[in-house]
Design a protein around this ligand. Sequence first.
Ligand SMILES: [Zn+2]
Length: 177
Amino acid sequence: MRTTWSSIGAPSALAFTAALLTALSMPAAPASAQPTAEEYVRQVGGGAHIVPPGQFHVAGRKVWCGRRPTVIDNQLDDYGAAYPGFLIMNPRLISRVPDAVKLWIYAHECAHQFRGPDEETADCFAVQRGRRQGWLKPSGLEQICNFISPARGDAMHLAGPHRCAQMRRCYGSKKVE
Ligand SMILES: [Zn+2]
């Protein structure tokens, strides 16, 4: 059984179709619906490992998500994902994007820990956290929009510009969402 817990859902140049197909789904490997970080690592194998809370770095910054560990999984079919209780990051893909986008991906997956599976809520939380913590400037927001907005249109592609518009609104809003 799959949960609706999220991955980032952003197409990459090399994994374009796969990313679109998995945009709202979870990694396929885990057998149980809500594995622990240890179970996840055991199930995916392939060098996946756990970084304890407070020891993970993104773009040269130490990042926190409460007491949640980060699982490093270079086989993940997206940039990042989340299960209740831990985050999953794919450095193989994340290394290709600008620093603001890297930090936004981590913050987005962290948001799911606190705010649940809703994607717009996670996007909003992530850009507001970035603004508060000082790592997300307007130029970084543009990089996120470039990252999330698809290059070409089909039915799935409406999501990117919509998410971008929502993030612009949240970034400019004083109300914490
Ligand atoms: Zn998400």
